[in-house]
Design a protein around this ligand. Structure first.
Ligand SMILES: [Mg+2]
Length: 389
């Protein structure tokens, strides 16, 4: 079986409101707020993804998905599309699909982690389908088949954020990650209000998205402790490049510190370990450049005695399925796996899996790892056509 074509399909899903805590919906605090994602071409709240298809001479097709977001990934729909269609994909045409790590070596250019991840996931889906095994089997086998779900809560007033958690709690979500990273005193009040609303049993982690100086992060952690918030972890308190700052926070506080923007690929993971900059590594398929690299980061964390979190970069059911297979195969991960997209839009899948990978969750607060070969999900082409760019 040979690969005959690799091509991308960009999609744009309108949202009811901006996910981040202002219309200037960026991720980095500057003198006057956050970097904006709003432009004339993208004036309203949206999420954008690039679907990837790997076609073969035997008619089998693998499907993958790449997240696009200049604010977090620094990678745009247009850039990802060109990277896949004009640069990365053509390198693999004419080759057999079986040896995925070797194929990924052939497109291991600098950057472009998102585009690479879409191809990697599509290759896993394809090879799984061809062999009649699931993607988690290709990753070494399933250790679990139900995956606990966490959802991110956009920034807002303490009351709004608490109410948002309560809304999801009624849909059986048991773990939340509020977005903070503004003024520590105000953020601590947000966390306090959320904890008071959800009770002691619910898992609560917080994401500062690089919003704090090291001293501000320390202040936030101390206030959270004083208020008895019971934070599972604090994610990316400081700038992505400020590993010494992250290490300073980590050494000063009792809350475990997680590296997200500081930890894209395996080499970043090694750098975080060497700098003592985090207790937890955040793994996202789109940051890592695919499932192969995601497994490598998990191995680095395990060998260094660090924990892992599987974070969210949103996605359709293709991405949800890929992350469920990764979560099934990982030796361990901390707490729940983040699937914020469940609250933002449908998975665009066909049949029973569209409902199975949607809210409300089953009473155990988990999603099922899809059965069947490959990713075990099929896109609903009519739903995709409705959001195609
Ligand atoms: Mg994050």
């Amino acid at each position: 079986m040979k690969i005959t074509r690799i091509y991308s399909t960009p999609i744009r899903i309108p949202l009811r409101r901006f996910f981040y805590n202002s219309q200037n919906a960026g991720t980095k605090r500057e003198w006057n707020g956050r970097l904006s994602r709003v432009t004339p071409k993208r004036p309203g709240p949206i999420l954008e993804y690039v679907l990837v298809r790997v076609e073969t001479d035997e008619g089998l097709v693998g499907i993958g998905e790449a997240p696009a977001d200049i604010g977090f990934f620094g990678q745009t729909v247009e850039g990802i599309q060109v990277a896949i269609d004009d640069y990365l994909g053509p390198q693999l045409v004419g080759r057999e699909p079986w040896d995925i790590p070797a194929l990924m070596d052939l497109i291991d250019y600098r950057e472009n982690s998102s585009a690479k991840s879409g191809i990697d996931v599509a290759l896993h889906d394809l090879v799984g389908k061809a062999r009649g095994v699931s993607v988690n089997a290709l990753l070494g086998g399933a250790r679990r088949n139900r995956i606990p779900v966490a959802i991110e809560i956009p920034g807002g007033s303490p009351e709004d954020m608490a109410n948002e958690c309560l809304k999801y709690l009624r849909m059986n979500v048991r773990a939340f990650k509020p977005k903070i990273g503004g003024i520590p005193k105000d953020d601590a009040e947000r966390l306090r209000a959320i904890r008071a609303a959800v009770g002691p049993e619910v898992s609560l982690r917080a994401d500062a998205n690089r919003g704090y100086s090291p001293d501000e992060a320390i202040e936030l952690c101390e206030l959270a402790e004083k208020y008895g918030v019971g934070l599972e972890l604090l994610e990316q308190p400081c700038e992505a490049w400020d590993l010494p700052g992250m290490a300073k926070v980590r050494n000063a506080v009792n809350v475990p510190i997680e590296a997200d923007e500081s930890c894209f690929g395996p080499h970043d993971a090694e750098a975080v370990v060497r700098a003592g900059a985090a207790d937890v590594l955040n793994i996202k398929i789109g940051k890592a450049g695919g499932l192969c690299n995601a497994m490598r980061i998990a191995a680095i964390a395990e060998e260094a005695g660090l924990q892992c979190v599987l974070g969210t970069s949103f996605g359709t059911g293709v991405k949800i399925a890929a992350k469920l297979h990764l979560a099934a195969a990982l030796p361990r991960f901390t707490g729940a796996v983040e699937f914020t997209e469940l609250g933002l839009h449908g998975p665009l899948l066909k049949g029973e899996m569209d409902r199975a990978l949607s809210l409300p969750l089953d009473p155990d607060g988990c999603l099922p790892v899809p059965d069947g070969s490959g990713l075990g999900v099929e896109l609903d082409e009519a739903k995709v056509a409705a959001v195609m760019l």
